[in-house]
Design a protein around this ligand. Structure first.
Ligand SMILES: NC(=O)c1ccc[n+]([C@@H]2O[C@H](COP(=O)([O-])OP(=O)(O)OC[C@H]3O[C@@H](n4cnc5c(N)ncnc54)[C@H](OP(=O)(O)O)[C@@H]3O)[C@@H](O)[C@H]2O)c1
Length: 277
């Protein structure tokens, strides 16, 4: 049995579908089963990664786990997984984690690195997936593109190599179900470095009307985003954006190496989500 945590998330819901398509027995963990529609094949359990009691029930009979890195959950998860006899864990970590840093730069890198560390120190077989920015982050522009042709946000020149959630899920599904991925760290990126302004332009080209990125002062963006994003995480996001202006985001071929197919482009991602925009 494979347990998929974060099963309602951008990546987790694809992982669940891929495992079912491939004929595996799957259990899905969510804090609120009523909030989603589930595939009939999934055994859906209510639970929270920070609640040891709910984890014990969720892990009963499970040998493999797709793990969402809930902040602070690493040691509790490892203890529960080892008690339950879990063998293998594939962690959805973050490209922000820096192996060379003595202290991780910012809270996002720090809490993912803590979960990685708990797994490294365990007897479990682990694989870490470290994606760059999700292409899906630009879904936050959908309200603006539905009502106009301008996307307003911070740092037009902030660069990343945005990655399609389906590619992350494809790597995860293979790492979960095939041999040879234990102890591997995959840095998952899209195929090219794009700025926010590039992404808005490509989005417009893909949906058939020009979309422009208008840069707002960072404090205005901080005020708007603080309604949805916790303060320290928001500081971390804005810091990364400011530091990547004028840089080329590094790209890797890890998606192709694992799946045998090149990473999907940002344009591919927009075409898959065009209805939202
Ligand atoms: N967005 C990016 O650009 C990016 C880049 C690199 C790495 N990442 C990392 O990728 C992961 C997923 O990000 P996302 O933006 O895709 O998130 P998301 O789609 O919002 O998914 C979050 C998922 O985690 C589950 N979850 C949250 N807290 C939980 C808890 N305490 N116990 C159990 N389940 C919990 C939620 O499930 P329920 O609500 O159903 O319980 C949901 O399925 C995060 O760790 C993020 O830091 C994101």
């Amino acid at each position: 049995m494979i347990l998929v945590t974060g099963a309602t998330g951008n990546v987790g819901r694809h992982v669940l579908d891929l495992l079912i398509e491939d004929g595996h027995e799957v259990r899905a963990l969510t804090r609120d089963p009523q909030r989603s529609v589930w595939p009939a094949e999934a055994d859906v359990v209510a639970g929270d990664l920070s609640d040891a009691v709910s984890l014990e029930a969720a892990l009963a009979g499970v040998d493999t786990v797709f793990l969402f890195a809930a902040p602070g959950s690493g040691p509790g998860f490892v203890a529960a997984a080892e008690r339950a006899g879990v063998r293998k864990v594939v962690l959805l970590s973050s490209g922000a984690v820096d192996d060379a840093a003595e202290v991780q730069d910012g809270p996002i890198a720090a809490y993912h690195a803590e979960v990685e560390q708990a797994l490294r120190a365990s007897g479990l077989e682990w694989t870490f997936l470290r994606p760059d920015s999700f292409a899906a982050n630009t879904l936050m522009w959908a309200g603006q593109t539905r009502s106009g042709d301008v996307v307003r946000g911070a740092y037009a020149g902030a660069a990343s190599a945005p990655v399609h959630e389906a590619d992350i899920a494809a790597v995860a599904a293979l790492a979960l179900t095939r041999d040879g991925h234990g102890g591997r760290v995959y840095e998952l990126t899209g195929p090219e470095s794009l700025t926010h302004a590039d992404q808005a332009r490509i989005l417009g080209e893909a949906i058939g009307r020009p979309i422009e990125y208008a840069e707002l002062p960072v404090e205005a963006v901080r005020r708007a985003m603080s309604a949805h994003v916790p303060g320290p995480v928001l500081d971390g996001i804005l810091k990364v954006w400011s530091e990547t202006v004028g840089r080329i985001a590094p790209t890797t071929t890890d998606i192709e190496k694992v799946t045998g197919r090149p990473a999907r482009s940002y344009r591919d991602w927009v075409l898959d989500h065009a209805a939202a925009f």
